[in-house]
Each structure stands twice: as structure tokens, then as C-alpha cells.
Design a protein around this ligand. Structure first.
Ligand code: HEM
Length: 473
């Protein structure tokens, strides 16, 4: 696929760096959930740390980074008026755990928000502070320094602390290389395959998206704070735009049941004499993901894992795998980004539709003791993604693609990695995964859920100038 130029047009110094940078060498992460106790002091703290927020400018190659995100209650406690909060999209104002969202995202049963350890409209979850650093030592030193600033300043309390990490080979807990396929923001200055370059407005507010429109950005309905820090609404309403150069962040803590995952693959691929077929087990798991454990794509390497670092993203389906014989239609990869190959559209139309539902993923693995017992570990993914329209991007992917058993060229297949069949639907009890094959397809059924949601929330991830604006309210 041809690599095309992507001239820089964006003000990268105003955009929080995590939107465009994966910090692949900053292996350690901490997430602090903060409660605002006293607005005045909290705003002084914001002002003090704002200069240290890492920007999207690639010239910044910091050994440690700091980022900030806000919930509606955080914005309100800092002094943003209710009228201005109501100008935000409903998904953000309502939060991730409403009855309707639980239904469409599949947050029921073990994943019911009532069982979550954080989020679920938690009233003291106001601000999220994210740290990345290259080692445990530098992360801890950074955390201590920041805790000191918080304590000296007063006005905010740390209510929950979570950790995350990348392994050096960037493998998630099931053992697959993650973080390979990402869209590239148009205007970011980063060249890449044409198929991956996506209109700015899919990821940053205040720019046109893949529909040719400006996404729903929170405009200031009543004036407050230092207005000179805000951009004008680019669409010409005459109002100030709180959104420009910012975006929305989805955060879901997803426990991964690693033993269940591999036992299930093993059971389904045993030889006739009952012995384990190691190759078949890994192949089925890879078919479910859509890449081999090394990250190599099934489209480029359909028969076996080539190992090494052949984990590129340089493939599409329409020309090289139209019938899913290499990468199954129901695989996690093909479900969550069908690229140029939909049942209903031609190549160009398919690519256009796929580009309207992409997300920038910034997830990291986690490991934590179960009930304080260091010998028993819960493992999983701190799933984070950025998008300007949560309904059309994250929620659409989870609901209309991963949880939908009618989306593919088959019936009753959901994404067995993250999909959830509709609750209480007798026709959907028998979740199936089809491996397209010749002369006949192979069907695998009787799947359990390999992922449980343990927490989550939607956040506003503003530009650096808007963070400064919030400190002037
Ligand atoms: C524990 C849960 C999850 C696991 C284990 C997981 C694992 C993976 C792996 C191994 C890849 C391949 C590496 C890559 O292409 O970057 C991948 C890709 C991807 N995942 Fe997930 N993932 C999880 C949750 C999610 C969720 C919740 C979503 C969105 C709702 C999602 C969306 C995607 C997308 C869009 C891709 C890239 C597809 C492409 O462009 O080809 N994943 N995931």
C-alpha cells in the first residue's frame, strides 16, 4: 500500500500528546482519579501543572508525561456553569453507565456496573490524571513529586489509583502483540498508508470529520472565565469553542480470563484421541483475534506465525481475502475495522464507512492482587480510546459490530474476544465462531465470555489552552 504524505496543519503544541503519541518506550503508567474538594485551590493546582502537560509536538521526547481528563462533575465543581455543561454531547453528560448504555454495550451479568470498582456515575470521580514513565522507579518518583504538589496545594483528594504497563514486546495478557493498527490523524504531519489517514474531525473537535462536517463540539453558551484562551467556533456560530483541539476519552477496565481463553481454545481443537493439538489451538486463537501472537497479519501469513517483527498493518481484505479464508469475518480485527470489505459495499465505499468508525487506542495491560492476595493476580486491559463522537465510534464498534451476530456474512457469530450477545434473548444463547474454509466452513460454538468489565467512564480530554481556561473560571 502506498505511503502518502500528510502535511502538518495542526497546532500540535495545543493538543495533549496522548491523542497522537502511544509512548511505546514509556512502559509504566498510573491513573489517578481525583475529587475536587475546593474549587479555588483545585484551579491553582491546574494552573501549576498545566505547563507540564505533554503536547502532541513530536519534538517533545519526554521521559515522563502527564495528561488530564475531566468528567461533567469535575467541570461543574471547577465552576463551569450548568448551561455550558449541557452544551456537551449527551453520551459524555450522561456517562457510560446508564441503563440504555449498559444494554447496548453489553454491560450486564458479571459486567454489570453495580459490580464495578470505579466509575458507574461515581460522584467523586472529577478529574483523571495520567502519568507515563519509562521505568517503575521513574514512575514512582514522578508520582511522589505530583502527590507532593497535590498535598501542598490542597483542594483535591486522590480517590482511586490504578496502574498500567506495556511489556517490551507489547503483548496483551492473552499473549498477542497489541497496539499495531492505528488511524493517523490528517494534518498531524505523520505520513502513512492512505487507508489509515483519517480526517482530523474523527479524533479532534473543531475540524471536519469523514462525513465532511464539524463534529458536535461543546460551545460556550454563556460567557465565563478568560475568553481569550478559547478559539472561536470554526463553524461560524459566533460562540467560543471549548472543544477545539480536544476530544473524548473512553476508559474501560477489562479483566481478561486468560486460563478460560486458552482452555477453551484447547478443548475445541483436541485431536480425535483427546490429546492436545498445540498448533491448532494457537491457530484457532489467532483466527479469533485476526493476527498471530507475534502480531503478523493472517492476511499476509495465513498458514503459520512467521514470528519476528512482521507485525505491519499493510494489508486490506477486498483484494487479498474477500471470502475470509485467511482472516475470518468474525475475527476481532475484521469486526472492529472491516477496512475495505463490507458485504454491502464496494471497496471504496467500504473504506469510507470504516473510516467513519475508527478509534485511536491507547490501552495498557494491568495486573493487580485479588482481594489483597499477592499470590492471586487479576490481569486485563486498561482500555482507552479517543474519538470525537462516542456514539458513532466507540459505542458503534462495540454495539453494532462486536456484539452483533448479524453483522457478518454469517449468522450467530459475535466477536468472541469482546462481543456480548443480547441479554435474555433465547435465540442468542449459542454464540458461534465460523472459520471460513474450503471445501466447508468450520464452526465452533459454546463460547464463554473471556472479558469482564470492572470499571469505566467517559471523559472530556481538552486542549492545553482549555485546561488553562478551566483554571480561570
Ligand atoms: C480485553 C479486551 C481486548 C483485547 C484482548 C484486544 C486485543 C486486540 C489485539 C491483540 C489486536 C491486534 C493488534 C492491533 O492490530 O493493534 C486488537 C486490535 C483492535 N482492537 Fe482490540 N482488544 C480488546 C478490546 C477492544 C475493544 C473494547 C475495542 C473497541 C470497542 C477494540 C478495538 C480494536 C480495534 C479497532 C483494533 C484494530 C483493528 C484493525 O484496525 O485492524 N479492542 N485488539
Amino acid at each position: 500500500m502506498a505511503i502518502v504524505d500528510n502535511p502538518r496543519t495542526l497546532d500540535l503544541d495545543d493538543i495533549q500528546g496522548m491523542v497522537s503519541k502511544g509512548y511505546g518506550k514509556l512502559y509504566k503508567t498510573a491513573y489517578f482519579f481525583l475529587k475536587v474538594d475546593e474549587a479555588k485551590k483545585a484551579k491553582l493546582w491546574l494552573k501549576e501543572i498545566a505547563p507540564f502537560i505533554d503536547s502532541a509536538n513530536i519534538k517533545n521526547t519526554s521521559e515522563k508525561t502527564l495528561h488530564l481528563a475531566f468528567t461533567p462533575s469535575g467541570l461543574s465543581k471547577l465552576g463551569l456553569s450548568q448551561k455550558n455543561i449541557d452544551a456537551f454531547p449527551t453520551s459524555f453528560v450522561e456517562g457510560v453507565s446508564t441503563e440504555n448504555r449498559n444494554r447496548i454495550l453489553g454491560d450486564y451479568g458479571d459486567s454489570d456496573p453495580q459490580n464495578w470498582r470505579w466509575g458507574a456515575q461515581q460522584s467523586d470521580l472529577d478529574i483523571l490524571l495520567i502519568f507515563h514513565a519509562s521505568s517503575v522507579e521513574s514512575l514512582n518518583a514522578f508520582i511522589e513529586e505530583q502527590k507532593g504538589i497535590i498535598e501542598d496545594n490542597g483542594g483535591i483528594t486522590i480517590v482511586t489509583e490504578l496502574k498500567g504497563f506495556l511489556t517490551e514486546d507489547n503483548k496483551e495478557p492473552f499473549g498477542f502483540h497489541d497496539g499495531i493498527s492505528q488511524p493517523i490523524i490528517k494534518g498531524s504531519g505523520r505520513p502513512g498508508p492512505e487507508n489509515d489517514i483519517v480526517e482530523t474531525g474523527e479524533f479532534l473537535l473543531g475540524y471536519k470529520n469523514e462525513h465532511g462536517q464539524y463534529p458536535f463540539s461543546p460551545l460556550l453558551e454563556e460567557n465565563q472565565g478568560n475568553l481569550t484562551l478559547l478559539a472561536d467556533d470554526i463553524a461560524g456560530s459566533g460562540k467560543k469553542d471549548l472543544g477545539r483541539n480536544g476530544t473524548f476519552m473512553v476508559f474501560r477496565q477489562m479483566e481478561q480470563h486468560v486460563d478460560k481463553f486458552w482452555n477453551s481454545m484447547e478443548e475445541k481443537t483436541k485431536n480425535e484421541d483427546g490429546s492436545v493439538n498445540e498448533d491448532a489451538k494457537i491457530k484457532l486463537a489467532s483466527k479469533c483475534i485476526g493476527r498471530w501472537p507475534s502480531g503478523a497479519s493472517l492476511v499476509n501469513f495465513p498458514d503459520a506465525d512467521p514470528g519476528g517483527s512482521l507485525d505491519n498493518d499493510d494489508f486490506s481484505y477486498a483484494d487479498h481475502d474477500p471470502d475470509g479464508l485467511k482472516c475470518p469475518f468474525g475475527s476481532h480485527l475484521r469486526t472492529n475495522n472491516p477496512r475495505d470489505s463490507f458485504r454491502w459495499y464496494n471497496k471504496e465505499q467500504s473504506l469510507k464507512v470504516s473510516k467513519r468508525h475508527r478509534i485511536i487506542r491507547r490501552g495498557r495491560s494491568y495486573e493487580m492482587p485479588v482481594n489483597g492476595n499477592e499470590d492471586k493476580k487479576e490481569v486485563g486491559l486498561q482500555f482507552i480510546c479517543f474519538n470525537t463522537n462516542i456514539e458513532l465510534q466507540f459505542e458503534f464498534i462495540q454495539h453494532a459490530w462486536s456484539n452483533n451476530n448479524q453483522m457478518r456474512h454469517l449468522s450467530n457469530d459475535i466477536d468472541v474476544i469482546i462481543g456480548v450477545p443480547p441479554e435474555n434473548d433465547p435465540n442468542n444463547k449459542n454464540v458461534q465462531f465460523t472459520v471460513q474454509a474450503e471445501p466447508v466452513n468450520e464452526y465452533y460454538d459454546g463460547w464463554e465470555r473471556f472479558v469482564t468489565i470492572k470499571g469505566g467512564e467517559y471523559f472530556f480530554f481538552p486542549s492545553i489552552s482549555v485546561i488553562n481556561f478551566l483554571s480561570t473560571l
